[in-house]
Design a protein around this ligand. Structure first.
Ligand SMILES: C[S@@+](CC[C@H](N)C(=O)[O-])C[C@H]1O[C@@H](n2cnc3c(N)ncnc32)[C@H](O)[C@@H]1O
Length: 241
């Protein structure tokens, strides 16, 4: 997210809303990236993630200015024009209804407020053999199988069309392609990915109806160990209401 950080470093966040906050990674990103802020509310539909985010906050020096709420972004319980900044990172492909969430985000953002966006994308034309999106598509298929909304990676064009629909002012995009990660990489990225694949495998391991999905997962694990993988490119955007 370094390229997006660079766009944010001289901006004040004011009162911020983070959509799909998960267990707090994006809230941490915002506190780090913006020059300052008044408060951050992180919302997520998952009770379990909000619980983890709240636990992580207990030891934070920022805990007085940050709070988490369980809430569906499609139907937020905030008044119109409540926030100076609204942010959504790594969450588009988890949404059941992207236009409905974007419309809610615009409603709760005050006039001239700042919109922040970040997401990986996928381009068929520039696809490389061991690209991460194959693994990600499998994650999404596993989640769908167990009843959790999770979509395949969006294309850059689809993402830009969604952001364009917000009709923001002074929109700036940043694009970034991360380098391939080799099996002998020492940063721990391969181990993390294997651990994550196994977490998804655990969701289906004992389900006889999931044998095809299990086979696909095993293939991904093999390929990651043998050849590594290439992360998906990412797109970030900022703009004003
Ligand atoms: C991959 S996580 C992103 C976490 C964090 N923003 C980050 O960048 O690290 C996507 C999150 O979106 C949440 N989510 C999905 N649909 C949602 C909805 N309708 N309203 C609120 N949160 C939602 C999921 O529960 C999940 O925690």
């Amino acid at each position: 997210m370094e390229q997006l950080k660079d766009k944010l470093k001289n901006l004040s966040g004011g009162k911020i809303l983070d959509i799909g906050a998960g267990w707090g990674g994006s809230v941490e990103f915002l506190t780090d990236a913006l020059s300052n802020y008044v408060s951050i509310v992180g919302i997520d539909i998952s009770e379990e993630y909000i619980e983890r985010a709240r636990e992580a906050l207990e030891d934070s020096t920022e805990r007085d200015r940050i709070s988490y709420k369980i809430m569906n972004a499609q139907n937020m319980k905030f008044e119109d024009n409540t926030f100076d900044t609204v942010c959504i990172t790594n969450t588009f492909h988890h949404l059941y209804n992207i236009p409905a969430v974007l419309s809610e985000m615009k409603r709760v953002l005050r006039p001239s407020g700042l919109f922040i966006f970040y997401e990986m994308f996928f381009e068929k034309e520039s696809e490389v053999e061991n690209s991460y999106h194959h693994v990600h598509h499998w994650y999404a298929d596993v989640d769908k199988f167990v009843g959790i909304p999770h979509n395949h990676t969006l294309t850059k064009g689809e993402i830009m069309t969604h952001i364009g629909s917000l009709d923001l002012r002074e929109v700036e995009y940043v694009l970034h392609q991360k380098s391939p990660v080799k099996p002998n990489d020492e940063s721990g990225t391969i181990e993390m990915l294997i651990k994550r694949c196994n977490m998804f495998m655990d969701k289906i391991r004992n389900n006889p109806d999931a044998s095809e999905l299990i086979k696909i997962g095993e293939k991904h694990l093999e390929l990651i160990e043998e050849t590594g993988f290439t992360p998906d490119p990412v797109i970030g955007a900022i703009g004003y209401k």
